[in-house]
Ligand binder design. Structure first.
Ligand code: IMP
Ligand code: MG
Length: 183
Protein backbone atom coordinates (compact mmCIF):
# COMPACT_ATOMS: atom_id res chain seq x y z
CA UNK A 1 0.00 0.00 0.00
CA UNK A 2 1.35 3.44 -0.89
CA UNK A 3 1.80 6.09 1.80
CA UNK A 4 -1.12 8.04 0.36
CA UNK A 5 -3.62 5.16 0.37
CA UNK A 6 -2.43 4.06 3.84
CA UNK A 7 -3.18 7.54 5.07
CA UNK A 8 -6.61 7.48 3.39
CA UNK A 9 -7.43 4.16 5.05
CA UNK A 10 -6.92 5.66 8.51
CA UNK A 11 -8.87 8.86 7.89
CA UNK A 12 -11.86 8.86 10.23
CA UNK A 13 -15.38 9.90 9.13
CA UNK A 14 -15.69 12.25 12.12
CA UNK A 15 -13.99 15.19 13.76
CA UNK A 16 -13.56 16.00 17.46
CA UNK A 17 -16.40 17.99 19.01
CA UNK A 18 -16.06 17.51 22.80
CA UNK A 19 -12.87 16.35 24.50
CA UNK A 20 -12.79 13.77 27.29
CA UNK A 21 -11.77 16.23 30.01
CA UNK A 22 -14.35 18.77 28.87
CA UNK A 23 -17.08 16.11 29.18
CA UNK A 24 -15.77 14.90 32.57
CA UNK A 25 -15.84 18.42 33.98
CA UNK A 26 -19.40 19.06 32.81
CA UNK A 27 -20.61 15.66 34.07
CA UNK A 28 -19.12 16.47 37.50
CA UNK A 29 -21.02 19.79 37.51
CA UNK A 30 -24.28 18.06 36.61
CA UNK A 31 -23.71 15.45 39.33
CA UNK A 32 -23.08 18.18 41.92
CA UNK A 33 -26.24 20.06 40.86
CA UNK A 34 -28.37 16.91 41.09
CA UNK A 35 -26.81 16.10 44.48
CA UNK A 36 -27.83 19.47 45.88
CA UNK A 37 -31.27 19.59 44.17
CA UNK A 38 -32.24 16.11 45.46
CA UNK A 39 -30.65 16.35 48.93
CA UNK A 40 -32.49 14.04 51.38
CA UNK A 41 -34.25 12.24 48.48
CA UNK A 42 -33.52 8.89 46.83
CA UNK A 43 -34.01 9.58 43.12
CA UNK A 44 -34.31 6.90 40.46
CA UNK A 45 -32.13 7.49 37.40
CA UNK A 46 -33.85 5.95 34.38
CA UNK A 47 -31.39 5.49 31.53
CA UNK A 48 -32.58 5.44 27.93
CA UNK A 49 -30.64 2.59 26.32
CA UNK A 50 -28.28 2.33 24.63
CA UNK A 51 -27.00 5.87 24.15
CA UNK A 52 -27.12 6.68 27.86
CA UNK A 53 -24.67 4.01 29.04
CA UNK A 54 -21.37 5.88 29.20
CA UNK A 55 -22.94 9.13 30.40
CA UNK A 56 -25.03 7.37 33.05
CA UNK A 57 -22.06 5.36 34.33
CA UNK A 58 -20.02 8.55 34.78
CA UNK A 59 -22.90 10.69 36.05
CA UNK A 60 -24.05 8.30 38.77
CA UNK A 61 -20.56 8.29 40.27
CA UNK A 62 -20.80 12.08 40.59
CA UNK A 63 -24.07 11.92 42.52
CA UNK A 64 -23.45 11.81 46.25
CA UNK A 65 -26.87 10.54 47.36
CA UNK A 66 -28.64 7.23 47.86
CA UNK A 67 -30.09 6.53 44.41
CA UNK A 68 -31.38 3.74 42.18
CA UNK A 69 -30.92 2.95 38.49
CA UNK A 70 -33.43 1.55 36.00
CA UNK A 71 -33.40 1.33 32.20
CA UNK A 72 -35.80 1.78 29.32
CA UNK A 73 -34.88 0.66 25.83
CA UNK A 74 -35.51 2.95 22.86
CA UNK A 75 -33.98 2.03 19.53
CA UNK A 76 -34.17 4.58 16.75
CA UNK A 77 -33.60 3.36 13.26
CA UNK A 78 -32.71 5.68 10.43
CA UNK A 79 -31.55 4.81 6.97
CA UNK A 80 -29.17 7.73 6.66
CA UNK A 81 -27.71 10.44 8.86
CA UNK A 82 -30.45 12.92 7.99
CA UNK A 83 -33.47 10.65 7.67
CA UNK A 84 -36.19 10.83 10.26
CA UNK A 85 -35.79 8.00 12.75
CA UNK A 86 -38.41 5.46 13.68
CA UNK A 87 -38.32 4.77 17.41
CA UNK A 88 -39.17 1.38 18.89
CA UNK A 89 -39.58 1.12 22.66
CA UNK A 90 -39.09 -2.05 24.62
CA UNK A 91 -38.75 -3.08 28.23
CA UNK A 92 -39.95 -0.84 30.99
CA UNK A 93 -39.33 0.11 34.56
CA UNK A 94 -40.28 -2.82 36.79
CA UNK A 95 -40.14 -1.04 40.15
CA UNK A 96 -42.94 1.03 41.67
CA UNK A 97 -42.36 4.63 40.56
CA UNK A 98 -45.47 6.21 42.06
CA UNK A 99 -44.38 8.96 44.45
CA UNK A 100 -40.70 8.65 43.47
CA UNK A 101 -38.36 11.32 42.10
CA UNK A 102 -37.42 10.31 38.54
CA UNK A 103 -34.58 11.53 36.36
CA UNK A 104 -34.71 10.36 32.75
CA UNK A 105 -31.12 10.11 31.47
CA UNK A 106 -30.50 10.51 27.70
CA UNK A 107 -27.34 10.77 25.62
CA UNK A 108 -28.78 13.22 23.09
CA UNK A 109 -32.12 14.95 22.55
CA UNK A 110 -32.70 15.51 18.84
CA UNK A 111 -36.37 15.88 17.74
CA UNK A 112 -37.28 15.28 21.43
CA UNK A 113 -39.75 12.61 20.37
CA UNK A 114 -38.04 9.85 22.39
CA UNK A 115 -37.93 11.73 25.69
CA UNK A 116 -41.42 13.17 25.21
CA UNK A 117 -42.91 9.71 24.58
CA UNK A 118 -41.15 8.21 27.61
CA UNK A 119 -42.09 11.17 29.84
CA UNK A 120 -45.75 10.70 28.90
CA UNK A 121 -45.61 7.01 29.82
CA UNK A 122 -43.84 7.69 33.14
CA UNK A 123 -46.11 10.62 34.10
CA UNK A 124 -49.11 8.24 34.05
CA UNK A 125 -47.56 6.39 37.02
CA UNK A 126 -47.76 9.55 39.15
CA UNK A 127 -44.12 10.04 40.19
CA UNK A 128 -43.35 12.75 42.78
CA UNK A 129 -41.24 14.53 40.15
CA UNK A 130 -39.97 13.87 36.65
CA UNK A 131 -37.06 15.65 34.95
CA UNK A 132 -34.75 15.03 32.01
CA UNK A 133 -30.95 14.85 32.15
CA UNK A 134 -29.27 14.87 28.76
CA UNK A 135 -25.60 15.07 27.90
CA UNK A 136 -26.31 16.74 24.56
CA UNK A 137 -29.15 18.85 23.25
CA UNK A 138 -29.86 19.84 19.66
CA UNK A 139 -32.42 22.64 20.18
CA UNK A 140 -32.49 23.34 16.45
CA UNK A 141 -34.03 19.89 15.84
CA UNK A 142 -36.78 19.86 18.47
CA UNK A 143 -40.25 19.17 17.08
CA UNK A 144 -42.05 19.86 20.34
CA UNK A 145 -41.50 21.93 23.45
CA UNK A 146 -39.55 20.01 26.06
CA UNK A 147 -38.12 20.99 29.44
CA UNK A 148 -34.50 19.86 29.76
CA UNK A 149 -33.64 20.73 33.35
CA UNK A 150 -30.16 19.19 33.29
CA UNK A 151 -28.19 19.59 30.10
CA UNK A 152 -24.49 18.98 29.44
CA UNK A 153 -23.91 20.76 26.16
CA UNK A 154 -25.97 22.50 23.49
CA UNK A 155 -24.83 21.49 20.02
CA UNK A 156 -25.84 22.07 16.38
CA UNK A 157 -27.95 19.76 14.26
CA UNK A 158 -25.02 17.60 13.09
CA UNK A 159 -25.00 13.86 13.75
CA UNK A 160 -22.59 13.05 16.59
CA UNK A 161 -21.00 9.83 17.83
CA UNK A 162 -18.94 8.54 20.75
CA UNK A 163 -19.31 8.53 24.56
CA UNK A 164 -22.16 6.02 24.15
CA UNK A 165 -23.67 7.44 20.94
CA UNK A 166 -23.62 5.39 17.77
CA UNK A 167 -23.88 5.57 14.04
CA UNK A 168 -25.38 2.18 13.04
CA UNK A 169 -24.20 0.71 16.37
CA UNK A 170 -20.55 1.75 15.94
CA UNK A 171 -18.37 4.32 17.75
CA UNK A 172 -20.12 4.03 21.13
CA UNK A 173 -16.75 3.19 22.71
CA UNK A 174 -15.01 6.43 21.72
CA UNK A 175 -14.17 8.35 24.93
CA UNK A 176 -14.93 11.73 23.29
CA UNK A 177 -17.83 13.11 21.22
CA UNK A 178 -17.19 13.48 17.50
CA UNK A 179 -19.18 15.04 14.69
CA UNK A 180 -19.77 12.86 11.63
CA UNK A 181 -18.39 14.33 8.42
CA UNK A 182 -20.13 13.55 5.16
CA UNK A 183 -17.40 12.95 2.60
P1 IMP B 1 -35.10 12.06 19.25
O1 IMP B 1 -36.23 11.13 19.58
O2 IMP B 1 -35.19 12.56 17.84
O3 IMP B 1 -34.89 13.16 20.23
O4 IMP B 1 -33.79 11.24 19.19
C1 IMP B 1 -33.24 10.68 20.25
C2 IMP B 1 -32.54 9.40 19.86
O5 IMP B 1 -32.06 9.41 18.49
C3 IMP B 1 -31.36 9.29 20.75
O6 IMP B 1 -31.67 8.47 21.83
C4 IMP B 1 -30.34 8.65 19.81
O7 IMP B 1 -30.46 7.26 19.89
C5 IMP B 1 -30.71 9.06 18.43
N1 IMP B 1 -29.92 10.21 17.95
C6 IMP B 1 -30.36 11.44 17.66
N2 IMP B 1 -29.38 12.24 17.27
C7 IMP B 1 -28.25 11.50 17.34
C8 IMP B 1 -26.87 11.78 17.06
O8 IMP B 1 -26.46 12.87 16.66
N3 IMP B 1 -26.02 10.74 17.25
C9 IMP B 1 -26.40 9.52 17.67
N4 IMP B 1 -27.67 9.22 17.95
C10 IMP B 1 -28.59 10.21 17.77
MG1 MG C 1 -28.65 5.31 17.86
Amino acid sequence: MSAVSQNRATVQPFELLLKEDQIAQRVAELGAKITSDYAAETPILIGVLKGCVVFLADLMRQINLPMEVEFISAASYRRGLKQEAETIFSGGVEVEIKGRHLLLVEGVVDTARTVTTIMEKLAKEEPASLEIVTLLDKPGSHRSKVRLKYKGFTIGNDFVIGYGLDNTQRYRNLPFVGRMIER
